[in-house]
Design a protein around this ligand. Structure first.
Ligand code: FAD
Ligand code: SIN
Length: 538
């Protein structure tokens, strides 16, 4: 830790993406005398947020758009499982939160008249996506980090891997799922600078740990997206919801030699006229949905999956060759550069694309103020399940949700902070920490196995047999990894593997409970929606 005295803080924020930084900024502004620590497991800008391309959905031009249309689009995408109350909150409060990040310094593209240029993405009935070229997330992350660095009462601590939440369990009490009033007193962290496990006591803790795309072989998510927050809450006996709804982005760049983190080709390219074609050159989306290439992403991803299987191919094509070069270069300079760097000229060649794991719609269950089932613990951003996305997230709704819920967590937690105290009798972590994994080969092999199991059996199309098979494989991986965890020293690699096994187990369990196909969960044994409308709370 940069400052060894930082072991107590009023507000502890785990995660430096849009959710964590928005929250920290607001608290710092409201409570200038309170201490806020933001912790990250690598560097402060290495987040899912940084890679967001398309933009932020918000009702902006009320001459053509309105709140009801955005609400309706979100509810349709969510396929019957959204909380209408949450949808209304996010859509209605969204524009105000966007204005705030503009005030903090985030830039969005404007048209020649000086109005914000609004893009369109799948499932949106109007153009309402504010964006900055094709690097919206990078711009937001830059602006937030700069604003945070101007706040003297916020300390960012990098390279601190949060291992577990501290609750009554660490004081020797037996905690079960039905224990009322589980409380969070802080966290244990593996400090990569001191190579020791330290305890951080906090009055309020916010989990903003992002997504879990790394449980799949191919994902648009960076390496940090290992579902740590969800796994920690599950271990602490908190409530987790709807983990089966994993969104696959239809168009990740297909690069056979690249593993782990695929480059995204934003949906905005299709919004601007890009067309998906199969190996015969057919614009196949018309056969699957009347909205063609701009149908909601679950439909597009399944259609691509089906075309790839029919053609025995590992990708389809995204055709931009008919698009205006100047416009393309202005809106998508990063994509253009990336394609050129691997020998593809998007104005002359079609781009090979394939679906990749992209977003976790479920997560840590919260109420409408971001409170989790554990007292003094809040969650916001991709790790949370607020009820906004239901069975499928509408494109570009997540950055918006993260800001709206960071604000709500800020409101709720600053209201109670004066009544909270530190818990002084927390024991130290039971064992010494180290960062040198003894059995690295076992960890990397188990990770590969896990990603194969999830990709092959729990992907875009599921069946009961595949889920049962996945479940048996996960049991074995769990057993072997727990044995390793008990007898070797703690390392981030081992802890991430453990967390990913837990998260995968929750995805498989949620998928197995759901005897229907709805939104992003498609099981060919139950191809239709059930009349029973239920969220899976685990
Ligand atoms: P993140 O930004 O992922 O931040 C997570 C933080 O948690 C990191 O700082 C990490 O270090 C920290 N952390 C995690 N675990 C630990 C631990 N154990 N200990 C310490 N720290 C930890 N959404 C949109 O709305 N519009 C888009 O255009 C869009 N495009 C996208 C494009 C891509 C390629 C991807 C991957 C996602 C996109 N999304 C988009 C989704 C959106 O970017 C994410 O949902 C959102 O940024 C998540 O923000 P967050 O604050 O919840 O978490
Ligand atoms: C994209 O730009 O296509 C991604 C948008 C999102 O995931 O919301």
């Amino acid at each position: 830790m940069q400052d060894p005295h930082h072991t107590k803080t009023d507000f502890l924020v785990i995660g430096s993406g849009i959710a964590g930084l928005t929250y920290a900024l607001k608290v710092a502004q409201e409570c200038p005398d309170r201490k806020i620590i933001v912790m990250t497991k690598t560097t402060s800008d290495e987040t899912n947020t940084k890679y967001a391309q398309g933009g932020v959905a918000a009702v902006w031009d009320e001459d053509v758009d309105n709140f009801n249309k955005h609400i309706e689009d979100t509810l349709i995408a969510g396929d019957g499982l959204c909380s209408e109350e949450t949808v209304r909150i996010v859509v209605n409060e969204g524009p105000q939160r966007v204005r705030e990040i503009i005030e903090w310094g985030a830039r969005f593209d404007k048209d020649p008249d000086g109005d914000y240029a609004l893009g369109k993405e799948g499932g949106h009935s109007e153009s309402r996506i504010l964006h900055y070229k094709d690097v919206t997330g990078r711009e937001i992350e830059r602006a937030l980090l700069e604003a945070v660095r101007r706040k003297p009462n916020i300390t960012i601590i990098n390279h601190c891997f949060v291992l577990d939440l501290i609750t009554q369990h660490h004081l020797g009490y037996l905690i079960t799922k039905s224990t009322p009033d589980i409380e969070c007193y802080g966290v244990y962290v593996l400090n990569m600078s001191t190579k020791r496990i330290e305890k951080i006591l906090s009055k309020v803790t916010l989990l903003a740990t992002g997504g879990n795309g790394q449980i799949y072989r191919t994902t648009t998510n960076p390496a940090i997206a290992t579902g740590d927050g969800v796994a920690m809450v599950y271990r602490a006996k908190g409530r987790i919801e709807n983990m089966e709804f994993i969104q696959f982005h239809p168009t990740a760049l297909y690069e056979p030699q690249v593993h782990g983190h695929s480059f995204l080709i934003t949906e905005a390219v299709r919004g601007d006229g890009g067309i998906l074609r199969n190996m015969s050159g057919e614009a196949f989306m018309a056969r699957y949905d009347e909205r063609k290439d701009l149908a909601p992403r679950d439909i597009v991803a399944r259609a691509i999956d089906s075309e790839m299987k029919i053609g025995g191919m590992e990708h389809v094509w995204l055709d931009c060759t008919h698009m205006d070069k100047d416009k393309f270069l202005k809106h998508f300079p990063n994509i253009y550069e990336k394609c050129k760097s691997i020998g593809i000229d998007p104005m002359k060649d079609m781009i090979p694309v394939a679906p990749a794991a992209h977003y976790s719609c479920g997560g840590i269950k919260t109420d409408t103020m971001g409170r989790t089932s554990i007292n003094q613990l809040y969650a916001a951003g991709e790790c949370a399940s607020t009820g906004l996305h239901g069975a499928n997230r509408l494109a570009s709704n997540s950055l918006l949700e993260a800001m709206v819920f960071a604000h709500r967590c800020f409101q709720a937690s600053t209201q109670v902070i004066d009544s909270l105290n530190f818990r002084e009798d927390i024991p130290d972590w039971k064992a010494e920490g180290t960062t040198v994994p003894k059995e690295m080969i076992l960890i990397t092999q188990s990770l590969k196995e896990l990603q194969s199991v999830m990709t092959d059996y729990v992907g875009i199309v599921r069946t009961d047999v595949r889920l049962q098979r996945a479940s048996r494989r996960l049991d074995l991986l769990f057993e072997e990894t727990e044995a390793l965890y008990q007898k070797t020293s703690v390392s981030p690699q081992l802890c991430e593997l453990r967390n990913m096994i837990t998260v995968s187990y929750l995805v498989v369990k949620g998928a197995s409970f759901r005897k229907e196909s709805r939104g992003l969960h498609y099981n060919t044994d139950y191809p239709f929606r059930s009349k029973l409308v239920q969220n899976n709370v685990l």
